[in-house]
Design a protein around this ligand. Sequence first.
Ligand code: MN
Length: 493
Amino acid sequence: MPDMSRTYDELTRLIASSYENPDLGLISRAYEMAEAAHHDVVRLTGDPYIVHPLAVAYKLAEMGSNLNVVAAGLLHDVVEDSDITLEEVSAKFGEDIASLVDSLTKLKKVKYSGTDRYAENMRKMFLAMASDVRVVFIKFADRLHNLKTLYAQPKHKQERIARESLEIYAPIAGRLGMSEFKGEIEDLCFEYLYPRDYERVRDMITSKVREKGAYVSRIIDQTEKYLAESDISDAAVHGRVKRLYSLFKKLGKYDDDLSKVYDLIAIRVIVRDVEECYGVLGILHQKFTPMPGRIKDYLAQPKPNGYQSLHTTVFTENGEIVEFQIRTQEMHELAEFGVAAHWRYKEAGMSPLKNLYWMEELAKIQKELAGKKDFMEQLEIMKIDVFKDRIFVFTPNGDVIDLPENATPVDFAYAIHTELGNKCSAARVNGTMRNLDTALRSNDVVEIITDKNRRGPNPDWIKFVKTHHARSKIRDAAKSTVSGWLKEMIRRK
Ligand code: MN
């Protein structure tokens, strides 16, 4: 395994070189707190624990995330894994960083059981939690490093984490246009979930790259020469090899016929502006014969996730076929980092991000970028489905219960089990005793205290419960009880 650990020096060097007037004091204080918090802890890889938050922070800095996000990356495990409290984080680093750390701590309490229903719940959970999209960036960076060090985990954990990442994290990254994360996550999971296919596809790619490497370099050189002869002087031209999982899926569509995959190795041309994109396309089509039906203008019509580029597949020397992808630097960063890059551009020179309702923001961005109808529709459906009047509440074990807004501990108890509802006598919300008619809020951790001797629900509960389910269970219990007063109460209502 390659050594992926990043040192604190590397992190500060990266920040110093790529940020304008960065507050390195903030990074140093965050590092100190994290270092102290995880001081005696060793990861299963044998590395000191601090390697992990450093890797997360480094990734975030590479993406050009706001420094508060980088600091939160350093601190993301301290509340969960040490004696440091959220209040201390808040006192030292302020509300913004504390709220990021808090969201991440809570997100970790979600466990995945492997069934579809649960995956769906998790997906909703993820979206609901992401009322601040920056939490998702940190979570991705966290997950990515955990996947990179997954080899150190026991087998059953490898399988669970890989499956969860492939089914939940990768699609969300894709939806946010963060193809860099999506691709990295998919390939890492692929290896653990389908080891044989992984090897097959990897060997395919390795031998193809070996076979075509020299040829592709020649085409790159030629292209650079052609561009230099015209007015396009600042272009960067380089080869990119298709990711393994992405090739695996494509092969599935083409009966494993590798000759039908034209973008196994593609050549990317990155230029200054949109005019140059079309300029390069024109030059390429003069020099090489384009393949009919393979010119894709994602500038005029971006993909639903905002992806923009010009693609063309051309015949080169000896009938060889190669795909070109032409884009500006900004499009390139958007293609790699999606929403994260967009935010960076947007906030350049501006005050730090506040809590953005990222779905709304994303919708706006999509409108700007795409204006494509079907995606907007999907987004609308998702928004309604995910956010409308729903809250997500945790059991003390970290299971997620999905309830309507203003639901109470009684609704929560019945959502888990009828008996728990019938016997519930009190509730602890986030560790504090609360009335049974308390309105719960997203992220609350709720513990139901039962009374074994209790004969059934209090009919008064009907007045405040919010779910149909709880109401009908309370009615059922009232019907089956012999107690006259209970019936009386129901009738009076
Ligand atoms: Mn972590």
